[in-house]
Design a protein around this ligand. Structure first.
Ligand code: SF4
Length: 501
């Protein structure tokens, strides 16, 4: 069978795993990459995005490949565009089976299945459900009893419950990187991998609790063996000779013994600089030594809020400020750059707490603070808290499920924040020396910036930093360069054909 994945802009390891399972079983796969030029979550410039809209070219690519199955992995913010593209495919090629998966689908399958163009969807972990669906379509067999699959047949909808998690992650083939590298060869300079699936925590603003609810009573986290991860990286290094590794695990440093074993093998066989993510409570002296051993140049540490009542009661995070301070100190003292995340716009957050947050980061002095404004995606536990505190109205609460694209863009508090944007600026300036920073805060300097959106300057500031070594950032530039050339040449050709010359 010919299976085409359609996805917006970024590398998606989930799709790469689906593709490798299909290829291993004799199916043909490829990717239609929707570049989302000037309209992605990090850079949206209207109306420039319309000039660079790639939807027609994308549709031509899809039709040229003529897939038996078109597979969409959709986040809530990409869902509307994905549904529109799926509708176009269905109109042009009604025989193509359209299947949706991903976190948005797993959150609100009842909403997604109502779309006319959707034939099937996969809830939760998808590798074997998708393979069984493709094989059932090929052999024209029943699609009943395919765990995780919801599918339309004979005017009704079959809703198969999820099968258990894949217990042995080592049994999966390595992700199919050629899916992306064949489109943009420049992507091969860096490599992204995961060693675990899931998370032990259940933060209220994260999709982890939504996925955990699909698998009650099952392990929250699963590990690949060290040998399996090193085999993948060794094979990839030989093939692509990548120069940086990004480990996308939610909390890479969770298991000290696993990390120790990994560090020994990684240092010996791979050795390229590493970027990873972790949580303050899972950093200690030993773990930092192992991170150093694997040549970690940067760690992203989730802080989210230093205000105990917001962090614990609203965000459902367990860490203490003392733990965060210790983690930042250990990382920096060992020459590992420490980037921290903070969320603003938390339900019930007061101006005093926002100022306290900025002062906290000025004391903490990580190498960089990434500021995010809370976005309410469907079914996140934090929505109930926001409804209870009046932060969201009942109508807004309903919109998050009914119209997730609009909701993601209108409920972003950054746009509603107005005066509160001055705290975003404050945090961006929190790297300043304490006395200067206090002077600016106390004299009301940041009031001058209220209502001014800091996202442009924030991206510029990030570009100047050493984070430019980060793989998604490098790929960001590569993608823009690749598709700008492609779109300009394609438009010039159309112009030549129409007007001669
Ligand atoms: S620690 Fe990170 S991945 Fe885990 S639940 Fe919290 S936000 Fe999600």
């Amino acid at each position: 069978m010919r299976v085409m994945f359609v996805y917006g802009a970024f590398e998606n390891l989930g799709i790469e795993y689906l593709s490798s399972v299909l290829k291993l079983n004799g199916h043909d796969t490829c990717l239609a990459l929707d570049p989302l030029m000037f309209s992605d979550p990090f850079l949206t410039i209207r109306p420039v995005d319309r000039l660079f809209d790639y939807r027609e070219e994308l549709l031509r690519e899809i039709i040229r490949y003529d897939p038996d199955v078109a597979a969409f992995s959709a986040t809530s913010s990409y869902f509307r565009r994905a549904i529109n593209i799926a509708g176009d495919i269905k109109r042009i090629s009604p025989r193509t089976h359209i299947v949706f998966g991903g976190v948005h689908v797993s959150s609100v399958p009842e909403k997604v299945i109502t779309s006319d163009c959707v034939d099937s969807l996969i809830v939760g972990e998808g590798e074997y459900a998708f393979l069984e669906l493709v094989e059932a379509l090929e052999k024209k067999k029943t699609r009943e009893n395919i765990g995780n699959l919801w599918t339309k047949t004979g005017g009704s909808i079959i809703r198969n419950p999820p099968r258990p998690y894949i217990d042995d992650l080592d049994s999966l083939p390595f992700p199919d990187k050629d899916l992306y590298y064949s489109i943009i060869p420049g992507y091969a300079g860096g490599y992204t991998a995961i060693a675990t699936r899931g998370c032990v925590n259940s933060c209220a603003y994260c999709s982890s609790p939504v996925m955990q609810a699909l698998y009650p009573g099952q392990k929250k986290m699963r590990f690949r063996s060290v040998g399996n991860v090193i085999s993948e990286l060794s094979a990839a290094k030989k093939r692509y000779n990548f120069g940086r590794l990004r480990i996308n695990d939610n909390i890479f440093t969770i298991d000290s013994e696993w990390l120790r074993e990994f560090a020994e093998a990684y240092e010996k066989y791979i050795g390229v600089p590493v970027y990873c993510f972790t949580y303050p409570d899972y950093i200690d002296g030993d773990k930092v030594r192992y991170l150093k051993q694997i040549n970690t140049y940067q760690v992203c540490l989730g802080v989210q809020s230093p205000i105990p009542s917001l962090r614990g009661d609203v965000l459902n995070r367990i860490s203490l400020n003392s733990k965060t301070a210790e983690a930042v100190r250990l990382l920096k003292n060992n020459g590992i750059r420490c980037v921290t995340d903070v969320i603003l716009g938390i339900p019930g957050e007061t101006d005093e707490q926002l100022e306290e947050t900025a002062l906290y980061f000025n004391r903490l002095k990580p190498d960089r603070v990434c500021v995010f404004w809370l976005v309410y995606y469907p079914k996140l536990p934090i929505i109930d808290k926001a409804l209870a505190s009046g932060e969201l109205s009942e109508t807004q609460g309903r919109d998050i499920e009914n119209n997730p694209y609009e909701a993601a863009n209108t409920v972003i508090n950054r746009r509603q924040a107005g005066k509160k944007l001055r705290y975003h600026w404050m945090i961006l300036f929190s790297f300043l020396p304490r006395i200067l920073f206090l002077l600016l805060v106390k004299t009301g300097f940041f009031r001058l910036l209220q209502g001014v959106d800091p996202s442009g300057i924030s991206s510029f500031y990030t570009m100047l930093g050493r984070d430019r070594l980060d793989i998604p950032r490098m790929r960001y530039y590569t993608r823009y360069w690749h598709f700008t050339k492609k779109i300009v040449f394609s438009r010039m050709n159309i112009f030549r054909i129409r007007y001669g010359g």
